[in-house]
Design a protein around this ligand. Structure first.
Ligand SMILES: [Zn+2]
Length: 321
């Protein structure tokens, strides 16, 4: 199986239909090229032997042929596969389908509905729903990330959600988004209520003090403004959407507004109904795609696959309702 050479959509596509190729890709992503398997049981690196299956492949407990690639650690004598410690661990869905699902979610600007995934892979609707949430979890940024710097836009929008009485409550759930202009990185969070104190806390947590803050005229930002190097607010109430400041900066929150229209188009058009309880997962997915929008679809897919490793332990299954 050829896994050397550059990864582009054509070479990547092989890994979406062939289970062994999918495993080889994961091994290359997690363990390097050439691979130096890292034992998840004892932590020893490069001391494992690949267990060559007899015949067509390994037989599972249920008597099915499995293409799972298994290694045995020479230090602790235990067996493992590259999926230990990833969001795929313990899943009955073939890895190749997982990688295809990741690719679909990474290459569609408006996201992919669980129904589309259910029809396209194919897997059951419920499985597709769980897979999408696990992949969204992989897309979530690490809490130890650096603060945003340079010119940073901060803006808020309001989102409706599905209630017991139907689709309603539009204008009720606020989302605050920060965008670092230089890198285009987006960070959103759902806040129960937009208050000055809340905005102030978010900005101090997420943005460097020497950053230049760009906001609208919402009074909540005024309190935070003096804590940063500069604060420029545009007055939407007076139909002011962009202006050049005295020191030559462009004051506007157009990037954040572009992000919100993408988010709303995606959630309304693709997912139709998103409950308030799960909204933060969808928002993380849109943050991920927006932040990586200058990458090729292949590079974005590879990044999401990389992030899928090492997230198993803290992942909690969302409950469908
Ligand atoms: Zn070991």
């Amino acid at each position: 199986m050829e896994i050397d050479g550059p990864i582009n959509l054509t070479t990547l596509a092989k890994h979406f239909s062939d289970e062994e190729a999918a495993y080889l890709l994961m091994e290359r992503i997690r363990w390097g090229n050439p691979v130096e398997p890292s034992c998840p049981h004892c932590g020893v690196i490069g001391e494992a032997t690949y267990l060559q299956p007899k015949g067509d492949g390994r037989t599972t407990n249920r008597g099915k042929v499995s293409k799972r690639r298994v290694w045995k650690c020479r230090a602790c004598k235990r067996q493992f596969s590259v999926l230990v410690g990833t969001i795929f661990e313990g899943s009955h869905v073939p890895l190749a389908k997982w990688l295809l699902a990741i690719h679909l979610m990474c290459s569609n600007k408006n996201g992919v509905s669980a129904h589309e995934l259910h029809r396209g892979l194919p897997v059951s609707y419920k499985t597709a729903w769980f897979m999408e949430h696990r992949i969204r979890y992989a897309m979530t940024q690490s809490p130890l990330r650096e603060k945003l710097s340079g010119e940073v836009e901060a803006d808020e929008t309001y989102f409706g959600w599905l209630t017991k009485h139907g689709y309603g409550g539009r204008g009720k759930t606020p989302i605050v988004t920060l965008i670092e202009r230089e890198t285009g990185e987006a960070r959103s969070q759902i806040v129960p209520r937009v208050t000055g104190a809340k905005l102030h806390r978010i900005l101090l947590e997420e943005v460097e003090r020497d950053a230049v803050l760009m906001t609208d005229q919402l009074p909540g930002y005024r309190k935070a403004g003096p804590d940063f190097a500069e604060h420029h607010a545009v007055n939407h109430g007076k139909d002011e959407y962009a202006r050049t400041t005295r020191n030559g900066r462009r004051a506007h929150v157009n990037s954040a507004e572009g992000f919100f229209s993408q988010l709303k188009r995606g959630i309304d058009g693709t997912h139709h109904h998103v409950s308030e309880e799960h909204l933060h997962r969808y928002v993380a997915e849109y943050d991920f795609r927006y932040s990586t929008r200058k990458m090729s679809d292949t590079a974005r897919t590879m990044k999401a696959i990389q992030q899928s490793a090492g997230k198993r332990l803290t992942y909690r299954e969302p409950t469908a309702n």
